[in-house]
Design a protein around this ligand. Structure first.
Ligand code: GCB
Length: 579
């Protein structure tokens, strides 16, 4: 999937801004044909969740309707025009000028409709959104409590995961144009041999007449150009890069790839892509970046911000990266859904390694709805890889977070997804994140073992002298069992900002700081642990529950407003070489 681009052959128009908005608690909109236009609506900001924009809609999960108007640009005439939604949670149904374009299920990945033939001079775009929590959706919600299938967290709204089920149009909506005959897709994979790099570019194009492709790669005072005819709409190039400047944390070197589609010597389409030359592999108990062992220091995060909900406005996104850089982190996981395109671009540019995770959080394996959950997980895995495959920042694919995989059906489920991910991308490891540890059977056929650990919090409360030796033994046992590199993908404690205690007590900043520091002390002694991700970079909103004061998870080392807690300073001392 090529991200919309603006150049002499392609154009984009961002439809962000104030839209019309109307909620529909009685579900009348379809019958009353709101697709033709909304009357009596409010104004809402797009992108942003609806839940924090109005007091009436905090816990409302839909349905609700959106509308905007836009003019057709004259330069789109004679070209194909598409609408791209970055993310709508959870169900979206879309009409343009009263004509139904289609629908989409799933909250955190883009979807596109071609609109060329429906466009008028003035256009009316209407979107119906609904985000109910249901057991056969992904992530599942409203899951009946049961020892094998869910934690009985008793959240309101009834999420079966620990973050607020924000709804709405939560990422930018783009209108974009391409030529009719065009480059459809690019797949870039890179390799290293000694001092040299190798960039493989696979191109798919839709053209009716014999045409050629011109490919150029340049950077750091070096350039190469190659031209060859397209065969059946496909072409592959192997571009050797002498003395390659490799990509990695601390050295986010990017080359620039340009692909031109030519007909009778004339360029008819062009796309560009930044390329980071790097390899990522698992070898024995190590994770190798560019053939050297790497330790992942970083965080789980959330796309969560006051007022905008599940949309990180550009300045907030920038601030998250500034905070991670200040601490000396080199990586994060897209807990618990793929993050925005803008986030991935920033990780490429600033040199962060990303564990890219699907929205499969809190899966359960009771028969009811299982086939549907698998179908959705396949769709989301496929769409995530299609969207993110060309980002050098993506270090591995994570198929799920904390599945309740104690039922036998979990094994074929994850075998199926792992196979799909490997068929699509042979260049990256595949993993999933578990709370189970040694009993997690799927680790046998995955490349790395990722576990979340809360000894000293959910068990051994406030007793680090018991929790820390337990962590140490547990990590050893997991390694003995699977003999694969291990990542501790979550650990941490809630700290209410400004709450202090001596001796450290739960919910104080001192306890959070001590717990995180002592975890890192244990992890340092285990050569098979290849990464530690603190839970979480920033405090974030959850549904209401007795264990979530203010409907908040306070495990951030920064507040929801991105102010540091004591743990942030401690981490900076441990991780940032410049302190
Ligand atoms: C976990 C989950 C994460 C929660 C966290 C917690 O294991 O993966 O989504 O927010 O624990 O704070 O309980």
């Amino acid at each position: 999937m090529i991200y919309p681009q603006a150049n002499s052959y392609r154009g984009t128009k961002n439809l962000s801004g104030p839209w019309d908005f109307k909620w529909d608690p009685q579900n009348l909109g379809i019958k009353k044909k709101w697709k033709k236009g909304l009357k009596g609506s409010k104004r809402i900001t797009v992108p942003a969740s609806w839940n924090e924009q109005f007091k009436e809609t905090r816990d409302y999960l839909g349905p609700a309707w959106y509308q905007t108007h836009f003019n057709r640009d004259s330069n789109s005439i004679g070209r194909k025009v598409f609408l791209r939604f970055g993310s709508v949670n959870y169900m979206a149904e879309v009409w343009l000028n009263g004509v139904r374009l289609g629908s989409h299920e799933g909250g955190h990945l883009p979807f596109v409709f071609e609109v060329t033939k429906h466009l008028k001079k003035k256009n009316n775009l209407v979107v119906r959104v609904e985000g109910y929590l249901k057991p056969d959706r992904v992530p599942p919600g409203n899951v009946p409590p049961g020892p094998l299938d869910s934690f009985n967290n008793n959240f309101n709204p009834p999420a079966s995961f620990d973050f607020f089920p924000f709804c709405g149009i939560q990422r930018p909506v783009l209108l974009f144009t391409t030529p009719n005959e065009r480059i459809e897709d690019l797949t870039v994979t890179t390799d290293i041999s000694g001092k040299n790099g190798q960039v493989r570019v696979d191109i798919a194009a839709s053209v009716s007449l014999p045409s050629t492709l011109k490919v150029s790669l340049e950077g750091f005072g070096w350039k190469m150009v190659s031209e060859a005819p397209l065969k059946n709409g496909k072409a592959a190039y192997l571009l050797p890069v002498p003395n390659a400047k490799l990509w990695g944390p601390g050295s986010p070197n990017l080359y620039q790839l340009k692909v031109e589609l030519k007909l009778a010597g004339k360029t008819i389409d062009q796309v560009g892509l930044p390329v980071g030359i790097r390899t990522i592999r698992v070898k024995g108990s190590q994770l190798l970046l560019n053939n050297k062992p790497i330790f992942l220091k970083g965080f789980g995060r959330h796309e969560d911000y006051p007022g905008t909900g599940r949309y990180l406005p550009p300045a907030a996104l920038k601030k998250d990266y500034a905070n991670m850089q200040w601490i000396g982190a080199n990586s994060f996981r897209t807990t618990h859904y793929p993050y925005s395109d803008e986030d991935m671009v920033m990780a490429d540019r600033l040199g962060f390694l990303v564990i890219d995770e699907t929205p499969a959080v809190g899966l359960f394996f009771k028969k009811d709805g299982l086939a549907r959950r698998l179908k959705l997980c396949r769709q989301f895995t496929r769409d995530m890889i299609a969207r993110d495959k060309n980002h050098p920042c993506v270090a591995m694919w994570s198929l799920a977070n904390e599945p309740h995989s104690n039922r036998p059906a979990a094994v074929p489920f994850f075998k199926n997804l792992a196979q799909l991910a490997r068929n699509m991308d042979k260049s990256r490891p595949v993993t999933l994140v578990s709370y189970l540890g040694t009993p997690e059977k799927s680790f046998k056929f995955l490349d790395l073992v990722c576990v979340n650990r809360y000894f000293g919090w959910y068990s051994e409360p406030c007793d680090l002298n018991k929790a820390i030796p337990r962590l140490s033994k547990d990590l050893d046992a997991i390694y003995r069992r699977f003999k694969k590199p291990l990542l501790v993908t979550e650990f941490g404690a809630d700290a209410l900002p400004g709450s202090h205690a001596q001796p450290p007590a739960m919910f104080s900043e001192e306890y959070q700081r001590e717990m995180i520091s002592r975890y890192l002390g244990v992890i340092k002694q285990k050569p098979f642990v290849v990464g530690a991700h603190v839970w979480n970079l920033s405090d974030f909103k959850t549904a209401q529950a007795t264990h979530r004061p203010n409907g908040m998870n306070y495990k951030g080392v920064f507040t929801r407003q991105r102010k540091p807690k004591l743990a942030a300073f401690a981490l900076r001392k441990l991780w940032n070489k410049n302190t």
